[in-house]
Design a protein around this ligand. Sequence first.
Ligand code: NAD
Length: 485
Amino acid sequence: MAVISKPSIDIQSYPGNIINGKFVPTAKTRNTIDPATEKPLWPAPFATKEDLDVAVKHAKNAFKTWSQTTFQERSELMLAYADAIEANREELEKLDTMETGKPALVSKTEFNNVIQWLRAFATMELKDEILEENDERTVYGTHRPLGVCGAIVPWNWPALLGLGKVGPALMTGNTIIMKPSPFSPYTDLKLCELGMSIFPPGVFQALSGDDALGPWMTDHPDIRLITFTGSVRTGKLVAASCSRTLKRCVLELGGNDALIVCEDVDIPKCLPKIATMTFINSGQICMLAKRIFVHEKIYDQFRDALVEFTKENIKTGGGFEPGVLVGPIQNKMQFDLVKDMYQDVKKSGYKVALDGKILDSSTGYFAEPAIVDNPPDDSRIVLEEPFGPIVPLLKWSSDAEVIERANSLDIGLGASVWGKDLERAERMARQLSAGSVWVNSHFDVAPNIPFGGTKESGLGREWGIEGFKQFTDHTSLWVWKKIFE
Ligand code: NAD
């Protein structure tokens, strides 16, 4: 397969959806706004149901040859694709910051990850297993690609979460149609555009539209799997819709991670990471610390130190301002939800250790970091994922009690325990119901490590070989060797 590895992009131009290796313009267009300035961004395509049908037809056709390519061939193309992204990363990072409001240093992290993830995916081969072997027969476990997959992406990390689906789908021999969030269409469209000269037509396509497009995909009879990241509420709709055609679905949904601080921690040593893993990207990441449980023996000291550290080090502002960690909330709808949460804390009369403000009177959707001081366990700020820079600190006294409280919600995406006594911390960590659990860290992810949620935080896993398997059907292949001897 011929590879042109250095295509370039113009981030101001979105000529159409990317269907069968070409731009396909749409009759209508739509744009989003830069959440830091509230200025409109560029016209982006607006897909119809017919556009989706055409894309699915091409993806189905492309699957016939793509599924027959070797691992080596797919790997070379994936590496060329990573190179093309790397060659254009400066522009892509700028675009990511403009449309998501994400601070520039977080966009840099996102693209470091994207490139690292794709290069790792290119090395991950889902090999046949020998399930049984004797003189008479060999039984293999093989992993056959499913066909056309649909990737539905949220607005907070369009690049990593989008390509975190595309990479494994393509490496396992599937074709894929990516649908960015209507709030963040640009980065994903540009990423697909970069793939146009690398992957054969129809293998990787992107359609941007409004809220109708996702349900058309989940209902489509010729899409065999939906890989979805988003809220619990939408995830349930996706699962219900997929069930009508018995499509596979992988769901990465919301989190409300517990971070448990034991009394033996060295506060100054763990504070920078805990504060960062709470407020980075304005709390708009699924696996940040969203409920910080601090042992009663050090509660006051920890609270005061966290407040001080946050005041001094966690800067709020536009994504392009130097040193900013808390950018604007990505869209008006989410900003209103975050405002409502701040107001609920105020209305309910909970103590506030850091009184972050909603910066309502200026341009842009800005909210400063806020820390709520030991609110009740049944308060909204504890029960609901705020997806904004506001966090409750909660006091605990015994291991069993804090584990029960940490596990008490219907969701379980990530959780962590921080403590010097590793044996105790690991014992506690093993009792936490979450898809990823860390001791003395939070929010570590890697392309080779499976990632996902327990309970209502999701179904299935992404990444790692476990994640690759979700894009395949297991076939047991029985070979009888002696029957004609
Ligand atoms: P969302 O559920 O509103 O939307 C996600 C995607 O689904 C968008 O592309 C949207 O257009 C599409 N969609 C909306 N309705 C649909 C429907 N009925 N059928 C099919 N698709 C539909 O989520 P969001 O607001 O974009 O993202 C924020 C949420 O995502 C938070 O809850 C966050 O925790 C979660 N999230 C989870 C992870 C994870 O990996 N577990 C990662 C990031 C974000």
